[in-house]
Design a protein around this ligand. Structure first.
Ligand code: TYM
Length: 335
């Protein structure tokens, strides 16, 4: 049977990239009737120091974003990672299966330490992918919807699962399948079409935040970098035009149509025509979510209650799998 797991870090606010590449699809999976487990990965967030008050706020904000985008806490399991101790426990065991060299090869680790002394980053930042493997394997999840940037981490998850199975001579952990689908698997910065849209980019104009109001969204899209040519007649015509391609893909993902359909509609149009249409669409799709997020954020105790209940349900699924893992490894104990 199928079981989906995915997570989002509370290391900043939610961006349009997180929404289109991940969150929007999470609710779709839930509505397809698949068992879905969604997490706010606060243990991952602290691999880079977080102000405690901000971490609390951002954890609730990500939870609010999940709820506002259609995650139903009765149909999906929704919780924050640190409340289910199995994540950290299984991560330790997987730390002893994974190799240090595998971690150094991760492009995210290289990116996050670029221009800095990697020796001075946290040990947790290096081991980050092993905790991510634990998140997934703790539930024997079979599928993981993510954006393109998480592909390498998911390949590593497969390698770790396979090495565990091999080292202990078992067929225990599933080999998880990444789900990287749709027009917006890699939403790019609005300032630079070759850079990923990211919550850690110093320029706020580079991204749309789920907390931005309608005027801010429209302004950011109007000012987004573009080129001087009209939109092409075919999708192939976007090939060497990263900014144009990004805006068209964003439109397609927001509208829920293929990129081809957007090109068919706007072939030959200037950005002066296309951008206002995109801004209108973005505001129409995102404003209800922002409003709903704000409604949830007005009562943090309700969010905390939902996360607590979700953690109980997650723990109930994880506990027997963790127990069996310890048995396989040779640890004594009946708990
Ligand atoms: P995070 O918090 O960076 O991002 C959350 C999700 O959003 C996707 N995403 C994007 N998609 C398209 N375009 C973008 N510009 C963009 N930016 C982010 C990410 O691919 C991700 O799906 N390591 C993960 C969190 C994690 C996780 C897990 C995910 C921890 N454990 C287990 C899946 C399964 C991360 O940092 O995502």
């Amino acid at each position: 049977s199928q079981r989906i797991f995915s997570g989002i870090q509370p290391s900043g606010g939610m961006t349009l990239g997180n929404y289109l590449g991940a969150l929007k699809r999470f609710a779709e999976k839930q509505n397809e009737g698949i068992e879905t487990i969604y997490c706010v990965v606060d243990l991952h967030a602290i691999t880079v120091w977080q102000d405690p008050a901000k971490l609390r706020h951002q954890t609730r904000e990500i939870a609010a974003a999940y709820l506002a985008s259609g995650i139903d806490p009765d149909r999906s399991v929704l919780f924050n990672q640190s409340q289910v101790t199995g994540h950290a426990e299984l991560a330790w065991i997987l730390n002893c299966v994974a190799r240090i060299g595998w971690m150094y090869r991760m492009t995210q680790f290289k990116d996050k330490t670029a221009g800095k002394n990697a020796e001075n980053s946290s040990l947790g930042l290096l081991a980050y992918p092993s905790l991510m493997a634990a998140d997934i394997l703790l539930y024997h999840a079979t599928q993981v919807p993510v954006g393109e940037d998480q592909k390498q981490h998911l390949e590593l998850t497969r390698d770790i699962a396979a090495k565990f199975n091999h080292d202990y001579g078992v067929d225990f952990f599933p080999i998880t399948e990444p789900l990287i689908e749709g027009a917006a698997t890699r939403v790019m910065s609005l300032r630079d079409g070759t850079k990923k849209m990211s919550k850690s980019d110093p320029s706020d104009a580079s991204r749309i935040n789920l907390t931005d109001d309608a005027d801010t969204i429209a302004k950011k899209i109007r000012k987004a970098t573009s080129d001087a040519h009209p939109l092409p007649e075919t999708v192939e015509g976007l090939k060497d035009r990263p900014e144009a391609r990004n805006l068209v893909n964003i439109y397609a993902a927001l509208a829920g149509v293929p990129t081809e359909a957007v090109i068919a509609e706007f072939a030959g149009a200037q950005f002066g025509t296309f951008k206002p249409k995109l801004a209108d669409l973005a505001v129409a799709k995102l404003s209800p979510i922002t409003a709903e997020m704000n409604r949830y954020m007005a009562d943090p105790s309700e969010i905390d209650r939902i996360l607590g209940k979700g953690a109980d349900r997650a723990d109930a699924i994880a506990a027997p799998i963790l127990k069996k893992t310890k048995e396989i490894v040779g640890m004594i104990g009946s708990r």
